[in-house]
Design a binder for this molecule. Structure first.
Ligand code: HEC
Ligand code: HEC
Length: 314
């Protein structure tokens, strides 16, 4: 985790540089990614063949779903919003509460979750071994053929290739002065100004996340029914109602926002920050009502839209 406002100058655009193309892959890795992509879109990974990863993580929505929170197998709303899957390599922990420490482990969670794909991993292995195309593809790529670990490895390999492309912001970072408008540049300034937006206190370069957890007052943590977020994983008082700081690249594609999907647009996210939260109990010390004008709010929104890439990973 970066702790380094003394070391890193957040207003220096060079610190925001990050890759806009996926890493070069070896032929074997390329084949694993293709296999992982096939698995990601395959409803046979769910017990009743009704749901694939792509049911909730849709390519045209930044690999999110456009829902406040998604429907489970029984048509009931799940408690948390579906995050997009771009730039996962810029995260060190996964899920809103950080309960998955790496992408390979994460894959098992939705597959086995009773409300999602509800599939026993051993049963899934047997099912895929019975599909000749899978059986031969896995055997070519992995010495032990179809195993739960290899299924997870292939899907995670595919996910790592989902990277934001070139955006107005990335071109400006690379030195093209005209790539961002005057308003967007003002938005960037407000984003980094500790007296104004102070967004960089948590949305650090280059991935716009500190991989930390903060309570933004979305949950009433006094209430028994509240989602306590990170606290469920690490019961430390400070972490009650704290959720992981999401990255912000291609944020325009993944509305609605926040872990509960409660902000429909980027404008309403900004209104929420200006107001300083719904509940004040135990909020992060860096989360304070913003003292900005309507014009400054519009500049911040314009800046967030400069993070939309022309060609997001697909
Ligand atoms: C029913 C909808 C649904 C399905 C199906 C689903 N997901 Fe998700 N996904 C979610 C939700 C909701 C979260 C956030 C859960 C949380 O934080 O508690 C999530 C979180 C994630 C994350 C963490 C992202 C981050 O930034 O931390 C990854 C990675 C992911 N899903 C991949 C997958 C894969 C791979 C599959 C298929 C094996 C899958 N998902 C199936 C809804 C779904
Ligand atoms: C105290 C740390 C902190 C500060 C300061 C902060 N954020 Fe956030 N931001 C977060 C966390 C944590 C979340 C997720 C909160 C949740 O859903 O419970 C978030 C969520 C968001 C989201 C929604 C992302 C999504 O995928 O749903 C946007 C957009 C956003 N922040 C932009 C900003 C902007 C712009 C500023 C400055 C005005 C800012 N943030 C300041 C920590 C912070």
């Amino acid at each position: 985790m970066l702790q380094a406002s003394e070391v890193l100058d957040f207003t220096d655009r060079a610190v925001w540089h990050s890759a806009t193309t996926p890493d070069e892959l070896t032929p074997r890795e390329t084949a694993i990614v293709a296999l992982g992509k096939q698995l990601f879109f395959d409803p046979r990974l769910s017990v009743d063949n009704s749901m694939s990863c792509a049911s909730c993580h849709q390519p045209d929505k930044g690999w999110s779903d456009g829902e406040k929170t998604p429907l489970d197998r029984f048509g009931e709303r799940i408690g948390r919003a579906t995050p997009g899957l771009l730039n996962l390599q810029e995260h060190t922990v996964f899920m809103w509460d950080g309960r998955a420490e790496n992408l390979v482990d994460q894959v098992a969670l939705p597959i086995t979750s009773p409300r999602e794909m509800n599939m026993d991993l051993d049963q899934l292995v047997l099912r895929l071994r019975a599909v000749p195309a899978y059986e031969s593809e896995f055997s070519e790529l992995y010495s032990d053929g179809v195993t739960a670990r290899n299924i997870q490895h292939a899907i995670a390999g595919f996910e790592k290739t989902l990277v934001s492309g070139v955006s107005d912001f990335s071109e400006w970072v690379a030195g093209d002065e005209r790539a961002m408008t005057v308003q967007q540049k003002q938005g960037f300034q407000l984003f980094t100004d500790p007296q104004k937006g102070n967004c960089v206190a948590c949305h650090h370069p280059p991935g716009f996340t500190d991989n930390g957890f903060h309570n933004l007052g979305l949950e009433n943590v006094q209430q028994e029914s509240a989602d306590l977020g990170r606290y469920n994983i690490r019961p430390v008082a400070l972490l009650k109602g704290a959720f992981r700081t999401p990255g912000l690249k291609d944020i325009e594609r993944t509305a609605p926002y926040f872990h509960d999907g409660s902000a429909a647009t980027l404008e309403s996210v900004m209104d929420y920050y200006i107001e300083g939260g719904r509940h004040r109990s135990g909020v992060s010390p860096n989360f304070k009502p913003l003292d900005i004008t309507q014009q400054e709010k519009q500049a911040l929104v314009a800046f967030l839209k400069a993070l939309t890439s022309r060609d997001a990973g697909s």
